[in-house]
Design a protein around this ligand. Sequence first.
Ligand SMILES: NC(=O)c1ccc[n+]([C@@H]2O[C@H](COP(=O)([O-])OP(=O)(O)OC[C@H]3O[C@@H](n4cnc5c(N)ncnc54)[C@H](OP(=O)(O)O)[C@@H]3O)[C@@H](O)[C@H]2O)c1
Length: 655
Amino acid sequence: MDERSGTGRTARCCPDRRGDWARLRDARHEAGEEGGRGEGERERPIRRGGDCAVLSSRGGQCLDLPHPADGGAPPRSDRDRAGRGGVVLRQQGLGLSHRSGGAAHQGALPPQGAPCAGQPLEFGLEPHEHRALRDRGDGGHRGRARRDLPRLCGRARAQPHGRSHHDVQGGLLLSRRGPGAGAHLGGRRGQGHPPPGRAAPRGLLTGAGDRWVSAPETIGVGLLGLGNVGRGVVRILETHAREIEQRLGARLAIRRVLVRDVERPRAGVPEGATLCDDAQQILEDPKVEIVVEVMGGLMPARDYVLAALAAGKSVVTANKTLLATHGEEIFAAASRARVDVLYEGAVGGGIPIIRTLREAFASDRVQALSGIVNGTTNFILSEMVGGGRPFEAALAEAQARGFAEADPSSDVDGRDAAEKLCLLAALSFGVRVTPEEVYTEGIRDIDVADLKWAAEFGYQVKLLALAQRHEDGTVALRVHPTLIPATALLANVTGPFNAVLVTSLAMGPSLLFGQGAGSLPTGSAVVADLIDAARNLRLGVRGRVPHRATGDAFIEDLRPRPMATVETANYLRFTVRDQPGVLGRITSVLGAREVSISAMVQKEAAGGGPVPIVVLTHRASDAAVAEALCEIDALPFVAEPTRRIRIEQDPPLVR
Ligand SMILES: NC(=O)c1ccc[n+]([C@@H]2O[C@H](COP(=O)([O-])OP(=O)(O)OC[C@H]3O[C@@H](n4cnc5c(N)ncnc54)[C@H](OP(=O)(O)O)[C@@H]3O)[C@@H](O)[C@H]2O)c1
């Protein structure tokens, strides 16, 4: 309803308003921040980060703030007010109209006991205006601003906890001006809501000084899965609610949670959320604006994620299997829907490696990365070294302590690390690869004896995920047990911890270390993404950073390098019968393929049984070493297949 028609109530302000405006102007003038009352100031006395703030209040007095520089004369129209950054507060009889850039949205009836006129309100000051007030030394900018600004209807921060802009009645609703903004702030997502593909600025509440000045809005979240990670997400949201609200300027509320079995008694169900076993209830709920997928697996997770994106909801996921397998499809769908897919929890648990590669290395050129990205295998290897236990016993210990799944094959066979490496390689090099293109070898064949021999030579054995850019336009991607010097950075990463060492041109080596899995570490990464997605939602932006750091139009034309051509040094343990000429045959086969030896140890036979011969080689092509071992293992004196573990330095040599 437009007061110009005469049907709305007359604009009213507090009695001292004009004096307040004058004082504010004086303060700014005294601070020398404005060149008096020039045209600029006349045009934009109250600005919010350069955008107009449109405020509506229901249930209180009807207010329209004339532009102070107009001497109280009402503006000609809403558009006029908005266009010059003025503030519009209005109440209309029975309904609420949020007007923003011409969009209008009807709200509900004002409640009983809604805020009344006379409540102090702090808003609309530029930071320098606050500084100016504060610098006058008259009790701080907050008190001063309270006195100096008009006393308006509405309570800036007195909203009952847990209410959002959607359900707050009688509070202030702030919106940036822009298409659909009013609708976003309205009581429902109705006709004013922008269609998918057209992001609408949200109620971005800028602070007066460093504080939020209006009741925070609530952003609805749907959680797919309430297992280890899901419970961690809930716990982080609950225990860090205050910090999150302060950082985001809004609340994140889990509205619905998907599980397989709703009847099963379970802990960790978020307060106020509904458990369901039908994903449609989440995907079709307009109050769910961001979907968090922490259910795992490929199906039905893929379908749910795609459906959420198609419905215009941003998605946060910790599911590396899903992204390594269906990443192309999912990221393309997100781009089409103009929403975000964020996945910090998918690699390295709580370690912020995704964000680091996507954003912090935007200015650099990553040459290589090597990572311990699977905590299960790192725990097992640490147990084997520290406790001298064989692989099976160490695995059982990992399972007993919750570090390994009942079916550990994805971890111990290296598949999990390969999936993570695909995501890291895409972020580092812009290369699109599938886990099948990653050379992958697990730790099942690692023997305690190898770990002891490695230690004798001054090495540790780790399951590393390695990616390296080569000048010939290839990128070598591999996951395998690796000997690294005991003094190397990654050698000291033990137990279930993860670490990723990035080597880049400008920065050189840099290391990220931390808990690579677990409910709270992974939950914290997921919630950080949630905050990011919510920030984007509120700002009406998406795709601020491409999903995989490089836009699809600029994908590097790098090819996976065939493993046969990758060069590494090697640890070789031969098990042979103790007879003359053995050593000579072995060295000649290696030499024939240009695999040169850098160190060798042969121990005496105990009781006439087979003896180990341990050889370290210089760098040689993978194919050459493999062919040599094939030939050697076929020799009559060889008692067991030769054990081979590749050797890398730390950081890996960049060639
Ligand atoms: N665990 C970690 O430390 C960790 C670390 C990094 C990343 N991740 C990733 O995070 C994701 C979740 O892992 P998690 O360890 O939390 O798994 P989890 O403990 O097995 O929990 C899975 C949850 O999803 C629900 N769920 C699974 N399939 C479902 C279906 N078809 N319909 C409805 N609900 C379904 C389960 O419901 P019920 O409760 O009814 O069975 C359960 O609540 C995985 O992608 C994993 O790779 C995990």
